[in-house]
Write a protein that binds this ligand. Structure first.
Ligand code: G3H
Ligand code: 13P
Ligand code: ZN
Length: 333
């Protein structure tokens, strides 16, 4: 058993409570390689923002579970070396799909896990989430559950199909499972294609496509049922048009990629939404930079010459999210 406490990590309990009171949200950035991790830690340290290092099952397999544990431990040491005296860093399993996977992560240094039973019939979701909570809480590991289905990764049928969270279920779910936070579905989805152009309207001033509104009324109803309970938003990348344009201008092909406007996420961060998940935007930043270098310098074959600039771009992106979207800067001095 490797306790996250021995790795210098923290769970989400206190940081969520503070975020709800303070009207900001904690960034949950997915990572699976060294450059992403360096950029996340540099951005969080410079901005003194609590941060959640988020790892999917696929990312854990990609990076290797043992190496990943040491990378998380190294991240804490790196943050201290950069001058962050008391780093507030969480290592979180994203979209855990079984009790066994959650247990393995808890036994190997994760301070927080998500058990995603959102596809299951309600009673099965309750039973699985409760089983994970009962195990996790023995080790002071926090647990995120989910009610409602997002389009994309969680629903392979079609990218624009989702089932909003039913506010009538949330009290029963939170009470019976004992989960520490709840991911809800209000119209966000995973990946770079969250909406089709046909679903959007065009802003006459800027010419930008504006997606259909998120179901903020569902979020309001959930907050009314569970006052002060930590809420999580998945699928919260904004898919910056600059990155999409750079990718497409340098040999890529991402037609009609559309994300969530940042103003909407800012509004969510001011509410009980205290964890906002961002993965695709980092992938876009990295891909745009690497493609540009490859195109402009075809003779370059030193990975540091394209992964280095990609890392710098991701750091810029993470800082922008922390300061201008989530408002978590200066919250972990
Ligand atoms: O929600 C899904 C995350 O973006 C992780 O994606 O399973 O491809 O690592 P992944
Ligand atoms: P994006 O694909 O919008 O970045 O969402 C990531 C996510 O929800 C990870 O769980
Ligand atoms: Zn997700």
């Amino acid at each position: 058993m490797v306790s996250y406490k021995d790795l210098g990590l923290v769970n989400t309990r206190e940081m969520f409570a503070k975020a709800i009171k303070g009207g900001y949200a904690i960034p949950a950035f997915n990572f699976n390689n060294m450059e992403q991790l360096q950029a996340i830690i540099k951005a969080a340290t410079d901005e003194k923002s609590p941060v959640i290092l988020q790892v999917s099952k696929g990312a854990r397999n990609y990076a290797n579970a043992t190496l990943l544990r040491y990378m998380a431990q190294g991240a804490v040491a790196y943050a201290k070396e950069l001058g962050w005296e008391h780093p507030q860093i969480v290592l979180h399993l994203d979209h855990g799909d079984s009790f066994e996977l959650c247990k393995d992560c808890i036994d190997n240094g994760f301070s927080s896990v998500m058990i995603d039973g959102s596809h299951l019939p309600y009673e099965e979701n309750v039973a699985l989430t409760k089983k994970v909570v009962d195990y996790a809480h023995q080790y002071d590991v926090t647990v995120e559950g989910e009610l409602g289905v997002l389009a994309g990764v969680e629903d392979e049928v079609s990218s624009d199909h989702h089932t909003y969270t039913d506010p009538e279920e949330v009290i029963d779910f939170a009470t019976r499972t004992g989960c520490d936070s709840l991911a809800i579905s209000i119209g966000t989805s995973h990946g770079a294609y969250k909406f089709t152009p046909a679903q959007c309207t065009r802003d006459p001033k800027t010419g930008k496509l504006i997606p259909p509104p998120l179901a903020f009324e569902v979020l309001d109803a959930v907050m009314e049922k569970l006052p002060g309970f930590p809420i999580v938003l998945h699928g919260s990348s904004s898919v910056p048009q600059e990155y999409v344009d750079i990718i497409n201008a340098n040999g890529g092909k991402l037609p009609d990629a559309i994300g969530i406007p940042e103003e909407w996420l800012r509004k969510a961060a001011e509410s009980a939404v205290c964890k906002i998940n961002i993965d695709s935007d980092s992938r876009l930043a990295m891909t745009a930079t690497v493609r540009k270098v490859f195109n402009e310098k075809p003779g370059e074959f030193d990975p540091r010459k394209y992964l280095g600039p990609a890392r710098d771009e991701m750091e810029k992106l993470y800082k922008h999210k922390i300061v201008n979207v989530l408002g978590s800067n200066g919250k972990a001095e």
